[in-house]
Design a binder for this molecule. Structure first.
Ligand code: C5P
Length: 403
């Protein structure tokens, strides 16, 4: 089972729950944020509490929701303290009423007082009937909120509370959690075009069989997602894999064989600043692909294999001395990790090789990698693939500044 990457570790989110049917989804959002490592304070409006009980949030977040601006048991100023510690305020569901009040600068309850006192970014997840969404008042309130830098996630077109279909349905909790990730990540890769390959390749034997490997594609996808969060334009060329990136901005290009992967990458290489070859490309393919299913016959069956093109080495020689795009390779070894990685670095003429032992990285959610480059070796220790991806992107960012 795959675990959620702890992309919000150390972050403090203030979740404001407004009064709408979609309030029940804010419980799932709280869960999604907690799973990513965030601390979540919940603030519920009076209307919000009509839809979901405060006890539900207390149970899930481990912190009692705050509801009352006039809470006499609290000695300080609640709206100031809450907003002081928040790295981000998420309003979910964001009603037309809450947005109107925030746009006008009203502050007559805890939610609106907190919004007026905000020192962190505010992310709104609107939810309302299409007619309210389309109303000129809502349109101008949203324009005002956007103009002051507030972020919006959704709404989407879909089934509304009364069963009608239209614009105004709140985005799903996962989409809102991803918007939170983006809002809280440094946008330090804006404008960088990154091409990542991931997964295995399947080399056909006949119409139903292939030679492949156990690569899950998780490492490449972690890199694609982490780069998308940080603002890069990402294309993922991937072999047959069961998982997909979380961020919908990642462009997908599915392929099957090594040669298909090579064609896809060759077509895209000119328009990318960085190419990361995280795919486990098959080194050999069957010399011939049978047009009909190979039938069972003798006790043994020999298959002749021929070498596949080495895509990374090809990119290394195509690039020559230019050092652009930045080129990153991967190496899975069973012995002498750094020794083999260094030979690959030289032979394939790339900027760095991310090396790991087969026993450490294949299929799982964690990896133990050493980044080998001309400058030396950087052993990262055991870490989630999302953390490895972040460290690699830091390295890539530094490489982009050179030359
Ligand atoms: O030589 P080895 O397969 O260990 O090299 C691994 C690196 O080379 C990975 O980055 C992989 O994506 C890339 N590779 C390639 N084409 C191949 C084999 C490997 O691009 N045919």
């Amino acid at each position: 089972m795959s675990t959620t990457a702890r992309t919000l570790e150390g972050k403090h989110v203030l979740l404001i729950v407004g009064g709408g049917i979609a309030a029940f989804k804010s419980v799932t959002l709280a869960r999604e944020l907690l799973a990513r490592g965030a601390t979540v304070d919940t603030l519920m409006t009076d209307a919000g509490q009509r839809f979901v009980g405060a006890v539900t949030f207390a149970g899930i977040t481990g912190r009692a929701p705050l509801t009352d601006l006039w809470d006499a048991s609290f000695s300080g100023e609640l709206h100031v303290e809450l907003t002081d510690r928040a790295d981000l305020i998420v309003v979910c569901p964001a009603t037309a009423d809450l947005m109107a009040k925030a746009a006008a600068g009203l502050a007559n309850d805890l939610a609106t007082a907190a919004l007026l006192c905000a020192k962190s970014p505010v992310l709104w997840a609107p939810a309302m009937h299409t007619r309210m969404w389309d109303h000129p008042s809502t349109r101008s309130n949203i324009a005002a909120l956007r103009a002051r830098g507030d972020l919006m996630e959704g709404p989407v077109v879909g089934a509304l509370a009364n069963g009608a279909v239209g614009a105004g349905r709140m985005s799903e909790p996962t989409a809102i959690a991803l918007a939170v990730e983006r809002a809280l990540s440094p946008r330090d890769l804006l404008g960088v075009r990154l091409l990542v390959s991931a997964g295995p390749t399947h080399e056909a034997l006949d119409p139903v069989r292939f030679i492949g490997n156990r690569s899950s594609g998780k490492m490449g996808i972690a890199i694609a997602d982490a780069a998308a969060r940080r603002g890069a334009e990402v294309t993922l060329v991937h072999g047959p894999i069961a998982i997909r990136p979380a961020h919908s901005s990642v462009k997908l290009q599915p392929v099957r064989s090594a040669r298909e992967m090579q064609d896809a990458i060759t077509a895209l290489r000119d328009v990318h600043d960085v190419i990361v070859m995280a795919a486990a490309v098959a080194d050999y393919r069957p010399a011939e692909v049978a047009t009909q299913k190979i039938k069972k016959s003798g006790e043994t069956l020999s298959i002749e294999l021929v070498k596949n093109p080495d895509i990374l080495a090809g990119l290394g020689s195509w690039r020559g001395e230019a050092k652009r795009p930045v080129l990153v390779g991967f190496a899975v070894e069973t012995t002498d990790l750094v020794g083999y990685a260094r030979k690959k670095l030289e032979r394939k003429r790339c900027d760095c090789i991310v090396a790991n032992l087969a026993s450490d990285g294949f299929e799982g959610d964690d990896n133990v990698v050493t980044i080998v480059s001309a400058d030396g070796e950087d052993a990262l220790g055991r870490a989630p693939k999302s953390t490895v991806a972040g460290a690699l992107l830091d390295r890539i960012k530094a490489l982009l500044k050179t030359v």
